[in-house]
Structure formats: structure tokens, C-alpha cells
Design a protein around this ligand. Structure first.
Ligand SMILES: [Zn+2]
Length: 348
């Protein structure tokens, strides 16, 4: 990008932030506690802070503009402050569970975010990531090309394969904040050793909720993903994912969930990342795309008939072929496609 382009980008960004984030309400805390006193905080309280820190240095991509290092230090968050391991029940087959009644742990100060940013915590002495945090919107989405992260070995990294794991590799270099949301290319502070199962069954659907909300509304989401490392373990037991839509005070999007870093059929030594088959793997009643009743798009959360045009365009990662009934899928929160299913709300 030429220099003028860089300046233009900064201007556009600044304008977007002013328009998008100035009216972020300061008086609607997420946690129920303290709500009384907070609602008396005058709206003007945050307005003095909305002078945007316009970066004066030229930058070639939105990524470098938005990664404000000093924010990382200010926003240090550790899961131990809000969770104990007793709050996390053992994995019983659900990839994700709700935590804290699905209410995120953002503070009032967090909710007063008046500009978008993305910050990553520094690696600790064992080379482990901590919270990745941002106020994300369309302007934090990736501007450049995605590069490979092959050279990065997150803590506990092993490249082991099993023939019953989707795409074979047990572990993925798992972005804390998804590339599609913040466009971080190969930042070791944003990559952990995560199972294929956690990456696709646990995190992806919740990342997609953020992306879809941002794209549909143009609003901003406070978003934080925190790996939970127990003791000196090099592999996280799971990740805490929190999201809160700012402009509508969480009514558009709010969740607080924990995704288990497990892989059915494999025993993981979280201290080292070593792993072995545990003999418990039972193939899910494998449903192929050719032989299913419906194909759900996990990104758009729409249900399609297998021969719908949309299925051909769908990314493989987002495809879920299933034989569940339409009613059951609707109960899970998916919506019938307008084209192939006429948006019908009841199944046969
Ligand atoms: Zn369709």
C-alpha cells in the first residue's frame, strides 16, 4: 500500500471508530452485581475518554495500527481472578459449556472501551499464552494475506496424527482470537496447542457468532479468549471465551463459555503435550454429505438440503452433514434456508 493509502486508512479508521464507538454506553454493566450504583454513572463520564488515540506513525495494515502494545499491559486478565477449577466440570461429551450463567467477566472499565483494539498477553516463563483481548469490529478484520504459522511451536506442541482425527493432526496451532476476527498473522502470543476437536467443535461456532454479529450490524464486540493452564501444564485444559456486544449493551451478542481442549479417543498429558490413544473412540454415526438429510452451515447457522446451491459454495470447515430432524436442528438454534427449505419453521 502506498503512503497516501496508509493515511487514508488511518482517517477511515478514526472516522469509523468515532461513529461506531462514541456512543458505547457506559452504564450497562454485564455482571448483575453493582448494577444499581453503576446506572447512576452519568453518560458523560466516558465522553472525556473518547478522544481517539490516533496513531501518528504510518502503518501499512490495520493490524499494526490496532495493536497497541500499552493496552496489553493495562488489560491484563487472568482466569484465576474469576474462575476456580471447581467451576469447570469434567468433560462429558459437550465440546462447550456455559460459565457464570453465560455472563462474561468484563468490568465496567472494559465496557467503556471507546476505540477498537486488539491486545495479546506476553508469553510467561514457560512460553505459554494468556488472555487475548480486543474491542473488535469490521475494522479489525484482516486486511492482508494469511500466512502460515508452521514455524511457531506453541507450548506443549507435538505434531502427532491419528487416523480417526478429522484432518489427522491431533493438535492445531489454535488462534486465541481467530484470524478472521483480528487478522493476527503468526503472533506467538495468539497461538496455543489446541486439539482439532476444540478448534472446530468448540471454538469455531463461537468465533462465527462474533463474525456474524459484526458483519450484520457493523457494531463492536468486546471479545476475550483466555487459555486455562493448570499448574505448570504446557497444554491448556481449555479456553474461556467471552463476548459482549457494546453498542446494544449485550442484547445482540453475549456469551461466556468454556471450550474443552480434548480429543475424544485420545488421552493427553497436559503437562507435556504427550498423547496416546485411549481406546474410547467411538466413531460418531458418520454421516456423509451424500448421505444425509440436511447440511448445516456452522458459520451462517442455516440448515440446507444437501443439494442446495449454498452447500456447494460452503467452506468444508463450516459444513455439518446431519441426519437430525429439522425440528431438532431448529431447537439447537439453526434456521432453515429460505431457498431450499423456504424458511419453514416446522419439520415434517
Ligand atoms: Zn439452502
Amino acid at each position: 500500500m502506498k503512503k497516501t493509502g496508509g493515511y487514508l486508512l488511518i482517517l477511515l479508521l478514526a472516522a469509523g471508530l468515532l461513529a461506531g464507538c462514541m456512543n458505547v454506553p457506559s452504564a450497562k454493566p454485564v455482571p448483575a452485581a453493582e448494577s444499581e450504583q453503576v446506572q447512576t454513572v452519568p453518560e458523560t463520564a466516558s465522553q472525556t475518554e473518547t478522544e481517539l488515540p490516533v496513531q501518528t506513525e504510518t502503518a501499512d495494515t490495520a493490524e499494526t495500527i490496532l495493536q497497541t502494545e500499552n493496552l496489553a499491559a493495562e488489560k491484563t486478565f487472568s482466569w484465576e481472578k474469576v474462575l476456580s477449577l471447581d467451576d469447570i466440570p469434567p468433560f462429558t461429551g459437550e465440546a462447550v459449556i456455559e460459565i457464570n450463567g453465560n455472563v462474561p467477566f468484563f468490568t465496567e472499565e472494559d465496557l467503556r472501551a471507546s476505540s477498537s483494539f486488539v491486545s495479546y498477553s506476553d508469553l510467561d516463563g514457560l512460553g505459554r499464552c494468556a488472555a487475548a483481548y480486543g474491542c473488535v469490529g469490521t475494522e479489525t478484520e484482516p486486511a492482508g494475506e494469511r500466512t502460515l504459522n508452521d514455524q511457531i511451536h506453541p507450548s506443549g506442541w507435538h505434531s502427532d496424527t491419528y487416523d480417526f482425527v478429522d484432518q489427522l493432526y491431533l493438535y492445531n496451532r489454535c488462534h486465541l482470537i481467530a484470524y478472521s476476527i483480528a487478522g493476527s498473522n503468526g503472533d506467538p502470543r495468539n497461538l496455543i496447542t489446541g486439539t482439532r476437536y476444540m478448534n472446530t467443535k468448540g471454538m469455531l461456532p463461537y468465533e462465527n457468532k462474533v463474525l456474524r454479529y459484526i458483519e450484520e450490524t457493523g457494531n463492536h464486540v468486546l471479545y476475550r479468549v483466555t487459555p486455562v493452564f493448570e499448574g505448570d501444564n504446557l497444554v491448556a485444559s481449555g479456553v474461556l471465551m467471552e463476548a459482549y456486544s457494546l453498542e446494544d449493551s449485550g442484547s445482540g451478542l453475549m456469551y461466556c463459555v468454556y471450550a474443552y481442549n480434548v480429543q475424544p479417543g485420545i488421552r493427553i498429558d497436559y503437562l507435556t503435550g504427550d498423547n496416546e490413544e485411549d481406546g474410547s473412540y467411538v466413531p460418531e454415526s458418520e454421516v456423509s454429505e451424500e448421505d444425509c438429510k440436511y447440511v448445516v452451515n456452522l458459520r451462517s447457522e442455516k440448515i440446507h438440503l444437501p443439494d442446495c446451491e449454498s452447500v456447494k459454495k460452503m467452506s468444508e470447515l463450516n459444513k455439518w452433514p446431519t441426519n437430525l430432524s429439522l425440528e431438532d436442528l431448529i431447537k439447537k438454534g439453526y434456521e432453515p434456508c429460505q431457498n431450499c427449505l423456504g424458511g419453514q419453521q416446522t419439520g415434517k
